[in-house]
Design a protein around this ligand. Structure first.
Ligand code: DGL
Length: 257
């Protein structure tokens, strides 16, 4: 039987990071994944940054004690607040953090209008500011979407409630954006609803695939790739079978492209 030290831990404030886990499993089906969602404390993105940092640090500390071979922070909000601290604390460990896919969106639409939809914590963070300073002339629109995470956590990613919610957040941008960055890992689950709202002329970007590639690169360089059989284990801070069932269905069902 595999020891926990063979697992790649993937963490998020809740079920959102499963959009990254899907990309990891597609790219490296032979790996063993331990997905931990902190749904009891979700959403992170509307809490003070220091609190998000402390919650992320506590989750990682617990996982490190159990023994894992790599950590994927599949939460833009946790990356924005805690990634530097984690890298300082565990300097020799493979830690990959997702960030909003701003760069590919701007590079492919240098003259266009680019929206960045993310949590308030991510949008206010220094990390994003630093990234945006690299593109001073870009036509960027920051679009906070507090409330979207709660709908995904409730299993309502593709629902009339989501359509209603998106009408208020994205309504003003319909027909005005060339690209929309989904800067929170919960948002890819709402892609069918986002498409209904924005139509087909806005390109959507998220950092899931890039994060999976970067994880593979790091594992390969360290000689830590596993050659199967792979598996996924779900854990959640909510002691409720409903949330584990939602995790399983988000991983396996074709909710989005
Ligand atoms: N899924 C997370 C992110 O990528 C956090 C959302 C939240 O809990 O507010 O930002």
């Amino acid at each position: 039987m595999a020891s926990k030290a063979d697992y790649i831990a993937v963490i998020d404030s809740g079920v959102g990071g499963i959009s990254v886990l899907r990309k990891l499993v597609q790219l490296m089906p032979q790996e063993r994944y331990l997905y931990f969602g902190d749904s009891a404390n979700a959403p992170y993105g509307t809490k003070p940054a220091a609190q998000v940092q402390a919650m992320t640090e506590a989750t990682v500390e617990r996982l490190m004690k159990r023994g894992i071979k790599a950590l994927v922070v599949a939460c833009n909000t946790a990356t924005a607040t805690a990634i530097e601290l984690l890298r300082e604390k565990y300097p020799d460990f493979i830690i990959v953090g997702i960030e909003p896919a701003v760069k590919p969106a701007i590079l492919q639409h240098p003259e266009g209008a680019v929206g960045i939809m993310a949590t308030p914590v991510t949008l206010q963070g220094e990390k994003l500011e630093k990234l945006l300073r690299m593109f001073p002339h870009s036509n960027i629109h920051k679009i906070p979407a507090p409330g979207l995470v709660e709908l995904v956590e409730a299993g309502l990613a593709n629902s009339p409630q989501m359509d209603e919610f998106l009408a208020t957040v994205l309504g003003p941008y319909v027909g005005k954006l060339d690209a929309l960055v989904l800067g929170c890992t919960h948002y890819p689950f709402a892609i069918p609803a986002i498409r209904r709202m924005m139509g087909e002329n806005t390109d959507l970007y998220d950092g899931g695939a890039g994060t999976a590639l970067q994880t593979r690169r790091r594992l390969e360089a360290a000689g830590l790739l596993h050659d199967g059989p792979g598996c996924v284990v779900f854990e959640n801070s909510l002691e409720d079978p409903t949330i584990i069932n939602l995790c399983k269905s988000l991983l396996t069902e074709a909710h989005y492209g």
